[in-house]
Design a binder for this molecule. Sequence first.
Ligand code: B12
Length: 413
Amino acid sequence: MLNPTTIKEYAYSLGFDTARITSAEALPEAERVIRERIAEGLMEGLPWFTAERAEVSCYPDALLPGAQSIITLAMFYLTEQPDETQDDVPRGRISRYAWGDDYHEIIKPRLQQFAAWLREYARKEISDDIETRLFVDTGRMVDRAVAQRAGLGWYGKNTNILTKGWGSWVFLAEIVTNLPLQADLPLKTSCGSCEICLHACPTKALPAPYVLDNTRCISFLTIELRGSIPLELRPLMGNLIFGCDICQEVCPVNIVAEKRLGLRGSQKTLSSASHEESQQQPEHAKTLPVLPHKEFRPRATVGSSPELIPLLSLTEEQFRERFRHSPIRRAKRRGLLRNVCVALGNCGDQRAVPALIGALQDNEALIRGHAAWALGRIGGEHAKGALHTALATEENQEVQKEIQCALAEIGSL
Ligand code: B12
């Protein structure tokens, strides 16, 4: 058998922060949970997330015939937040994972290099016949279930994998292989009695520990949802314009991790059953402390809390240019500007009215509809007049409805 320590050390040399190994046995508990979530409608809105997908993702040898082991990897993405909030202009919030470069682009080439090295190492030591398959997020793999079984971290009640050392601020990736490797054991750690994340979610998307209602999760609403954001959820979204970290930001394990890296000031750490354990040196991880990965540092063109009003005038081309290599591309211009409208509506700042009136003329009905909603929230004579004018010429029925609701909100219908 190959030496697992040599394999893990190679992972660290590539920039991964934790590496663990599990067998490629089936994951029937994960399959049961996924089927249950789908049956309860909690995965609605993600049409590709089907029970058939689970039949493959929870059976690694359906992903790679003859699979024997899975090398599970984590890379942390904590970095310093730029200080962008000295002025009083309306700003949006971007979730931490999207401040820097797209992690898929950063991790994939490293996985490819890792797999090439592994095949070479195995060829010298045991055999020529080594197969590998690589995963980071997008493939049909249950990233969190294999990470948990490999002891890379434990299931947090907000459903994220928590690691010792970096909390849940990690991306997960895997190499499935037909190589037999010595497996690690799951951790014994848990969140104990802590339920801070469940209570912190503004949209109540965490109805019970370990259960996420995708349809209410702000991450889903701002990134994956292609259509209209449900009216009742819009006021709860604050100024979040891409993803959401609220259930991670309040997590005491994460607060400890941020402090350890000097990324949080002297706020008092919330206490909970198992937090002391999170301060320990992660087993099989490279020596701590380490420097944040430069690739995940906030890009100047994106930042962590961009000004909202200028975003509304982005053309398709400017959007592509500004968010090149950023995960934000996924929302597309129409999705991002829809979110910006909601955030501006929630800011309630009159200075946003002219830009929102401009957005009532956007080519995208989705943006026009959400701009109308925002104007209804902000109110005032200017907004009211523009809404009446738009209603006279608007041809899209959905947008007409949005405008009528907005006028009713202002008390002018
Ligand atoms: C679909 C998806 C989403 C969807 C739906 C989320 C969801 N309910 O799964 C949306 C768009 C909302 C989303 C949001 C986010 N995501 Co996402 N997402 C995924 C994806 C592609 C699939 C996840 C999945 O299988 N879901 C199905 C549900 C049923 O699984 P689950 O909730 O994870 O439950 C599993 C375990 O928790 C366990 N389990 C469930 N219940 C119970 C109960 C008990 C008692 C126990 C012990 C275990 C257990 O079994 C389940 C099956 O494995 C993965 C990548 C991948 N290929 O795995 C990334 C992934 C989970 N996402 C990730 C991230 C970073 C995020 C966000 C933080 C992004 C952001 N800042 O906005 C948020 C976090 C929201 C949250 N609180 O979970 C990371 C998580 C890293 C980590 N540390 O865990 C992943 C792993 C991507 C990656 N490769 O790094 N995501």
